[in-house]
Design a protein around this ligand. Structure first.
Ligand SMILES: C[S@@+](CC[C@H](N)C(=O)[O-])C[C@H]1O[C@@H](n2cnc3c(N)ncnc32)[C@H](O)[C@@H]1O
Length: 531
């Protein structure tokens, strides 16, 4: 498979593993409504925020939508991921993009995107999908790295969205009217889109001229192009007129099937019974939706000017206008096709919070990450209005949104490990347990851990021994070391647990004793440091 190379690639392909795990700090004052509603807004760099969320949400997200900086040369974005390679050290902390002639900005953009996409993949459910907005500046490079990360076989489609309804006069060569939305599934073998609701226009062509009790129907051709001798037979109408398929065509059904259809009043010869036969297709029997198409016109998917006006109305001039919002209609379509009520939707470049607001109104749970201060100045008040039922714009009326729910607002806290690689003294048992469970199983912890038995997974009972004295120093007597007394005290695992895996800072038991007891000892912090 062709792959893309760029300056700095080697340094970032595995960078997601080196990103430190940080704790999440929830701020009650900025949170709003029901904190248990399952919605989250995290302010912080998405690389670290994603890593912090991974132990809780790996494999849980049904639909990811991201709208990263497009790298147009007119926008600024920051690349400062602390990747320790000479090329990248030379760029570190630099604001990228302002000067269009800076050729390396394409390398930097790819370095920024690669580890983030790599982490995002870990969040997808097996039947999940990721949708990425982009324009021609980076669309083709993005396609290649997505093929590499998500698998070429999992590419579904490149949607062309008509973001503007009219050409701009200041363009000197071409006026670009569209964005791309790249869609990848976690596994194309199992991913299925939700169908698009049938439009009134599509249904208008169904009628009921013979008052059929099965309701309106549409007449479809009874002949096909593919010729077959056995499907070329006489059909006699109720008025006694004999019909054969048109030249070089055959009927669409066998003679036997035709008789069944005729007896069931599913063949139409016109009002007078003299016209060529047609098959009746009943509205009640067609799929109650249509397969999505790859070209999205602004009439049904919104446009950029509309998106800005939605934001303007939402804030009534109180906030500085957010420059690059997406229209709610666009997100409605993506979230409709890609998820179902109560599914989890994730956006790690949240901007003004369109994804979260639309997901909320559509009854999905949502996680948004935004680095900029507009997390506080735009997303928080926007969500508050949605929850309070005060946002009357966007898709509110069409989905009959009345308000309700809530969200938690979080920032990034201390790293899980200190610079020496030891567990940070600020880390609580509950957070460490979530992290240990994730490292052991690759899955999020099913419920908050309160004691040493932190959960079960595929025949394993997983234990964590972790207690500290008041100075934050590991204290064997407080229970950080697996010894005979500790082992005797461990809570009983479930019956089907063949093995007990015990994470602790030390172990005084011999290998023979551990084997005999069916216990595997794992050392913290060393065996929980990687992803
Ligand atoms: C194009 S905007 C997204 C707009 C959004 N779709 C909306 O409808 O409002 C991109 C956003 O990504 C944010 N961003 C860029 N780099 C980021 C990073 N490393 N971590 C978190 N957010 C980031 C920017 O601050 C900006 O708000």
């Amino acid at each position: 498979m062709p792959t893309l190379d760029w300056i700095g690639k080697k340094a970032v392909v595995n960078h997601h593993r080196e990103v430190p795990y940080r704790l999440l700090h929830c701020d009650r004052e900025k949170s709003f409504g029901d904190p248990e509603a399952g919605n989250l807004l995290v302010q912080g760099d998405n690389l670290e925020a994603l890593k912090a969320l991974l132990p809780y949400y790996a494999g849980k997200v049904k639909c990811i939508y991201i709208d990263p900086p497009y790298n147009t040369g007119n926008e600024s974005w920051v690349y400062n991921d602390n990747v320790n390679s000479p090329e990248i050290r030379a760029w570190l902390g630099k604001v990228v993009g302002k000067e269009a002639e800076d050729l390396s900005r394409h390398d930097k953009w790819l370095c920024m995107m690669y580890p983030r996409l790599r982490l995002l993949k870990e969040f997808l459910r097996e039947d999940g999908s990721i949708w990425i907005s982009i324009d021609d500046n980076e669309a083709h490079a993005l396609k290649l790295i997505c093929d590499e990360i998500f698998g070429r076989q999992n590419f579904i489609v490149n949607i062309v969205w008509q973001k503007k309804y009219a050409a701009t006069n200041d363009s000197t060569q071409f006026s670009d009217l569209h964005d791309h939305i790249l869609l990848y599934s976690k596994s194309a073998k199992i991913w299925l889109p939700n169908l698009i609701e049938r439009s009134e226009k599509l249904n208008e062509k169904y009628a009921n001229p013979d008052n059929d009790p099965r309701g309106p129907w549409y007449s479809t051709n009874l002949s096909v192009k593919t010729y077959s001798e056995s499907y070329d037979y006489d059909i006699v109408s109720p008025a006694g007129i004999s019909f054969r398929p048109p030249p070089s065509r055959a009927w669409v059904v066998s003679a036997e099937k035709y008789s069944e259809l005729f007896s069931d009043n599913r063949i139409w010869f016109g009002k007078n019974g003299k016209s060529r036969p047609y098959k009746k297709t009943f509205l009640s029997e067609v799929r109650q939706g249509t397969i999505p198409v790859s070209f999205w016109v602004h009439e049904f998917a919104g446009h950029n000017v509309g998106a800005k006006s939605e934001i303007r109305k939402l804030f009534e001039g109180k906030q500085e206008l957010f420059d690059t919002p997406k229209p709610e209609l666009l997100l409605r379509r993506i979230i409709h096709i890609g998820s179902n009520p109560n599914d989890l939707v994730l956006d790690s470049f949240a901007g003004s919070g369109t994804t979260g607001a639309v997901a909320h109104k559509m009854g999905r749970r949502h996680i948004s990450i935004e680095m900029g201060d507009h997390a506080k100045t735009h997303i928080v008040p926007r969500y508050q209005k949605v929850i309070a039922g005060e946002d009357q714009g966007g898709i509110t009326e069409s989905v009959n949104w009345q308000g309700g729910g809530g969200f938690r607002y979080c920032t990034l806290g201390a790293p899980l490990f200190d610079p020496e690689g030891d567990i940070n003294a600020a880390v609580s048992f509950r957070d460490l347990a979530a992290h240990v469970f994730f490292c052991e199983t690759g899955s999020p912890i099913p419920r908050r851990a309160t004691g040493p038995l932190i959960g079960h997974f595929q025949g394993r009972a997983i234990y964590l021994l972790y207690a500290r004295d008041s100075a934050g120093v590991a204290n064997p007597r407080a229970g950080n070391v697996l010894n005979g007394a500790m082992l005797a005290d461990l809570p009983e695992p479930k019956d089907d647990a063949a093995v007990r895996v015990v994470y602790a800072e030390g172990c005084t038991l011999s290998d023979t004793r551990l084997r005999k007891e069916g216990v595997i000892f794992k050392h913290i912090p060393y065996q929980i440091a990687g992803m």
